[in-house]
Design a binder for this molecule. Structure first.
Ligand code: ATP
Length: 602
């Protein structure tokens, strides 16, 4: 591939750019030696629902031979990534602008696959084994190293998953619950599918279409896939699938000891790279349409990421539009702020640090870094809300409330929030460690083992608190939204008080007529449209009030602000209809079409 004139101009500034980068960030020099002892602690982020990583790929030898050099630097110790871009001032002189991004893990181009895996996907295994939802998502510009990273990670997962299952069982110390000679006590199933716009296709039975949807409980379901049962690493690596679009590998893990508990899910997603239209100039129409679909779903992902970050920071409700694409429905657990299921999403954004890819690198980093925003821990422990409890408070409560379960076994390190998200099977396993709680008791408890065990051992208090706390949070949120709607109405109402309305009626009654005259001068079709809008606004206003009726305070606020406004609009529509009737009576409206358009509005 030949360079374009612009690329040649950029490359000609090599020395200047490298000097500026070195001056700007001495600690981030490309050839700096990372201090291993200070590398981010892989155990420190266990409470995170979302972990964001950036991985720089090296500039390949064929690229550096052609003069291409890196302008993105990453610091593993601080999680910071710097992007240096070459710009030209108005007088033509070059200047280097640097932008900093902060993520959970910034892997420089010397970091090997095993290290990336250790900080990212490795920890997802335990979550999925315990019945949680674990997602690994690789995103980045075409050629930035997604496939390189995901292939390695998938191999490591295949290597470690079954070992981890064995360790999990051994750690239970519970020979009666599991017969080690038969199997691991887990069933593993794997499926592959691809997402293209709002459609999903099975890659093991291509082109069968599959359905991704939320069930009534809000859980994401993938229906219609061909699932293969796998028993060991070789089985897991044998199903082959390739995709031009977003490719998903899902490993479902069933804990055979607790058949009714939720199945663990491990999603591995290799997102198709976004491409600009100029990059796709040689593609045929079908390929271009596919790219459009891919870019649209990436744009929705971006909106969801951004709004999730806003929702974390705002006290007001912020809508996360995850239902707008199948990709984001699948990733729902990454966007849910108050999720109660154990879940973790790890995003690996791969970056090609080459100077020619700087804009793409900036896009990728702008795209993923907002996901790092975490929900701030509640500053004060509320006695009614176990999710706000520290580990000490939780242990104290368990000791006081139960004479069967020992806090040391149930929650030796967890905060209330972490315990609430503990998968059902893990919860039961922990309860089993307390003397007096045996497998038989636990199994006899039936379907929702953790819930029943909790009720039985903790006299229902904990669970009731959890339910109350969740209901309260939901109600508070809904209430805040209702009041905000009522307040907004008050701000935007044309007339706010009854007195204003009466003054209006007596002094300015003719105004509606003048308004009609003015509209009529623009033509009867315009009148028809305006009246239609007016009616829709009125209906909207009335139905907003209906929705608030269940909340006396919000309804009173709404009534106060909207009643006058509604009367005013009704009056306007009444006068308008009268006016039109008169015009028709006097034969002042001509043309059958115009006549029909206007009278249809009555
Ligand atoms: N960390 C790395 N170390 C060494 N080489 C790498 C690394 N990451 C990527 N590469 C090399 O860079 C090239 C592009 O990587 P890869 O194919 O993984 O990109 P991609 O993001 O999957 O691209 P596409 O979206 O087009 O599939 C490959 O030759 C790959 O071997």
């Amino acid at each position: 591939m030949d360079f374009t004139a612009a690329e040649l101009k950029t490359l000609s500034q090599r020395d200047f750019v490298q000097r500026q980068i070195a001056d700007f960030s001495p600690d981030l020099k490309v050839d700096s030696v990372p201090n291993e002892s200070q590398t981010a602690d892989p155990t420190s982020d266990d409470d995170r629902d979302v972990v964001v990583c950036v991985r720089l790929r090296p500039v390949l030898s064929a690229e550096s031979e052609r003069g291409i050099f890196p302008t993105v630097t990453a610091n593993k110790d601080t999680g910071k990534v710097l992007v240096h871009s070459l710009e030209y001032k108005f007088d033509g002189r070059p200047k280097v602008a640097s932008k900093e991004f902060c993520v959970d893990y910034a892997f420089d181009s010397d970091t090997n696959n095993e290290e990336v895996y250790a900080h990212t996907a490795k920890k997802l295994i335990a979550i999925a084994l315990g019945g949680g939802v674990a997602t690994l998502l690789a995103t980045g510009q075409t050629g930035s190293g997604k496939t390189h990273t995901m292939t390695a990670v998938e191999n490591f997962i295949a290597r470690d998953l079954f070992e981890a299952a064995l360790d999990y069982r051994k750690n239970l110390n519970d020979a009666t619950a599991w017969d080690s000679s038969s199997d691991l006590g887990f069933e593993f199933r794997v499926c592959f599918f691809e997402l293209l716009g709002n459609k999903a296709y099975d890659l093991l039975a291509y082109p069968n279409e599959i359905t991704i949807m939320e069930d009534v409980l809000g859980q994401v379901q993938v229906k219609g896939t061909v699932e293969e049962q796998v028993r060991n690493s070789e089985d897991l690596l044998s199903p082959q699938a390739s995709s031009r679009s977003h490719a998903v590998c899902r490993i479902t893990i069933k804990d055979l000891r607790y058949p009714a508990s939720e199945e663990g899910l491990l999603y591995l997603l290799d997102l198709a790279g976004s491409e600009s239209s100029s990059d796709s100039r040689h593609h045929d129409k079908e390929r271009t349409d596919e790219k459009k679909e891919i870019n649209q779903s990436l744009a929705t992902l971006k909106d969801c990421i951004r709004n999730r970050a806003l929702a974390v920071l705002s006290t007001k409700h912020v809508h996360v539009p995850y239902r707008n694409s199948r990709l984001t429905v699948l990733l729902k657990s990454a966007f849910e702020l108050a999720t109660t299921r154990a879940c973790r999403t790890v995003v690996i954004a791969t970056v090609n640090p080459s100077i020619l890819d700087t804009l793409h690198s900036l896009n990728t980093l702008r795209y993923v870094s907002p996901l790092k925003v975490e929900i701030p821990p509640s500053s004060e422990a509320s006695p009614d809300d176990p999710s706000s409890w520290s580990n000490a408070k939780l242990r104290e409560w368990v000791s006081e409330t139960s004479n069967l379960i020992e806090a040391e076994n149930l929650c030796s390190t967890e905060s209330g929030r972490q315990l609430l998200k503990l998968p059902e099977s893990m919860f039961v396993d922990r309860c089993l460690k307390s003397p007096g709680v045996d497998v038989k008791t636990a199994k006899a408890i039936g379907n929702n083992a953790a819930g029943c065990l909790l009720r039985k051992c903790l006299d229902g208090k904990f669970w009731r608190l959890v339910v109350d706390a969740r209901t309260k949070v939901r109600e508070d949120k809904e209430r805040a939204i209702r009041l905000a709607i009522a307040e907004r109405r008050a701000e935007t109402a044309v007339l706010r008080t009854q007195a204003e309305l009466e003054a209006w009626h007596t002094k300015q009654r003719d105004y509606h007529i003048q308004w009609m005259e003015m509209m009529m001068s623009k033509g009867p079709e315009y009148v028809a449209k305006m009246l239609k809008d007016q009616k829709a606004a009125l209906e909207n206003e009335i139905s907003a009030g209906e929705e608030l009726k269940s909340d006396p305070e919000a309804y009173a606020l709404w009534l106060k602000s909207s009643q006058a406004s509604i009367e005013y609009q009704k009056e306007r529509i009444r006068v308008a209809n009268e006016y039109i009737d008169k015009k028709i009576e006097n034969n002042e409206l001509s043309g059958a079409k115009i006549f029909a358009a206007v009278s249809a509005m009555k």
